[in-house]
Design a protein around this ligand. Structure first.
Ligand code: F0G
Length: 503
């Protein structure tokens, strides 16, 4: 019988709503571990630089994990974007790519796969997710308009703001509490949506945006029921509903796992239903489809025509949109694989396992575990570091020193200052440890857990950071920071004392 812990009791460490669905294979030992339903046939050698070098490299990188060189990283948990492992079917498809500026067969294969899987009529290709956001914002966002959304993503917000709009975040309250038992923390609060419409009038609202697998609050899904209700409010008020489906694979898995009305639906049926509820859906193919690229889907001719003219201007001709033909072939197959529950369950299962092991060691993580990666609550982990010294950024730097592991700050550093120059404190201070799909083995995840457990025992040694170079827009990408004291040397000395000759 398949093991379905939701709704109901978790199988493993049930603390703080931690839940695990392991593979359909039971272990005789009774141990609950996620079992990989794939085998590794191409490998890349990894290096773990010695401690002294790690200390030097993180300083050279201005304590910003984006600025580390990949060759100096042991486990790259920065992102799941463009770094997912491809299948042999994807690799094979790339050899059949049809090179052509206009009318490439590779494009037509992609277009017809999208029609088949998502049921939408029109497709506009783009080189990645933020390129779709640029086009949507240019077409629909006018100065003074509002874009209500369950939660923002960094590039989404930047494009809306660049075009003179304002975002309004109306995720349900549970979405912003780090630990919860709510299965769909990415749901939109319908009352807040109605209130916004009443306050501004529908003429001021550019569109309503839902984000699948809500990135910045810990990869949290929305339910199909919630999306249906949001669409009803949009219909009643003549508003466009736009879906960011970049993290749809995880969201599909969670809907299938957790939403009673969807248990008997196939992943493809759920996907069809989701796409049919949204006027426009866009995605980053760097996440959805285990490839690269992206695009915008709609079944409404008028909307398609409005956006179409910007594609050749910013992306490329309509039959590639900035994607290489090989990328399009890999994406076509990767989207097909997204309909396979065995395949899309691997990421969330690894993440749930990692979260539950961390909880067992008393380490604060976002619960329920979501998609994308395991999210550590830095506000609690290093609760002695004030928000204006970037606790999540400091923890990211410390984890690199402790283990050569590269995570990503998702907190105040990732926010932009207010117009008056004051810090805009993030709702949550998270260290995201992404789980690129099909990339890591369980022992590598165990290693990451081990180093986090050591860091937690020595958390008092971790100190804050301050900017020494701070770009105005999206400062987290290439801003540089310095430690506020010599805490990094002290942390390294403790590592040396505890691990002696270990890397
Ligand atoms: N929307 C969401 C929800 C995303 O997570 C991303 C990218 C984008 C849009 C932009 O897509 O990178 O292809 O331009 N997220 C990456 C991350 C960068 O690391 O979370 P893109």
């Amino acid at each position: 019988m398949p093991i379905r812990p939701w709704p109901g009791k978790s199988l493993n460490h049930g603390l703080h709503g931690g839940m695990i669905k392991v593979s359909k294979v039971r272990f005789f030992s009774g141990e609950q571990v996620p079992l990989e339903m794939h085998k590794v046939r191409i490998v890349q050698k990894l290096q773990l630089p010695p401690l002294e070098n790690r200390l030097e490299y993180i300083k050279e990188a201005g304590n910003n994990t984006y600025l580390l060189k990949n060759r100096d990283v042991f486990l790259d948990m920065l992102t799941d974007s463009g770094v997912n492992a491809m299948s042999e079917r994807q690799q094979a498809a790339m050899l059949l790519a049809d090179d052509s500026y206009a009318g490439s067969e590779s494009y037509f294969r992609l277009e017809s796969k999208i029609k088949e899987l998502f049921g939408t009529q029109f497709f506009l290709p783009a080189h990645q997710g933020r390129a779709c956001e640029n086009i949507l914002a240019q077409v629909f966002v006018k100065p003074g308009t509002i874009v209500p959304m369950n939660y923002h993503f960094t590039t989404t917000k930047a494009h809306v703001v660049l075009n003179g709009g304002v975002i309004e975040e109306i995720v349900i309250d549970e979405g912003l509490s780090v630990t919860s038992k709510h299965p769909f923390k990415g749901n939109m609060d319908l009352q807040k949506l109605r209130d916004l419409i009443r306050k501004w009038g529908n003429g001021k609202i550019a569109f309503v945006r839902m984000e699948a697998g809500t990135n910045l609050i810990g990869g949290q899904p929305f339910s199909l029921e919630n999306l249906e209700a949001v669409r009803k409010v949009c219909d009643a008020n003549d508003l466009l509903l736009v879906l960011d489906a970049s993290l749809l694979a995880d969201n599909l898995y969670f809907i299938k796992e957790r939403e009673p009305q969807c248990q008997s639906m196939s992943i493809k049926e759920i996907a069809h239903r989701i796409f049919s509820l949204c006027h426009i859906t866009y995605f980053s193919g760097r996440k959805l489809g285990f490839a690269r690229g992206g695009g915008i889907c709609t079944s409404e001719r008028e909307l398609y025509l409005k956006m179409r003219e910007l594609i050749p201007l910013y992306e490329g001709f309509l039959t590639y949109g900035g994607m290489s033909v090989r990328e399009m072939e890999a994406l076509t197959v990767g989207l097909d694989e997204t309909m396979d529950e065995d395949i899309i369950s691997q990421g969330p299962q690894f993440i749930a396992w990692m979260a539950s092991e961390l909880i067992r060691h008393g380490i604060p993580v976002v619960t329920p575990a979501g998609g994308l990666g395991c999210h550590i609550d830095a506000a609690q982990f290093v609760d002695h570091i004030p928000q204006n010294e970037y606790p999540a950024g400091a923890l990211a730097a410390a984890l690199y020193i402790a283990g050569g592991i590269r995570g990503m700050e998702r907190g105040t550093m990732s926010e932009q200052r207010s117009p008056d120059g004051s810090e805009a404190f993030a709702d949550m201070e998270l260290l995201r440890l992404a789980m690129p799909r099909r990339v890591f083995t369980l022992s590598q995840v165990k290693y990451a857990i081990d180093r986090l457990v050591w860091l937690y025992a020595n958390r008092h040694l971790i100190g804050g950071l301050r900017f020494v170079e701070e770009p105005k827009t999206l400062r987290f990408f290439f801003g540089r920071l310095a430690a506020v004291s010599d805490w990094q040397e002290k942390l390294a000395a403790q590592f040396k004392a505890d691990f002696v000759d270990s890397l």
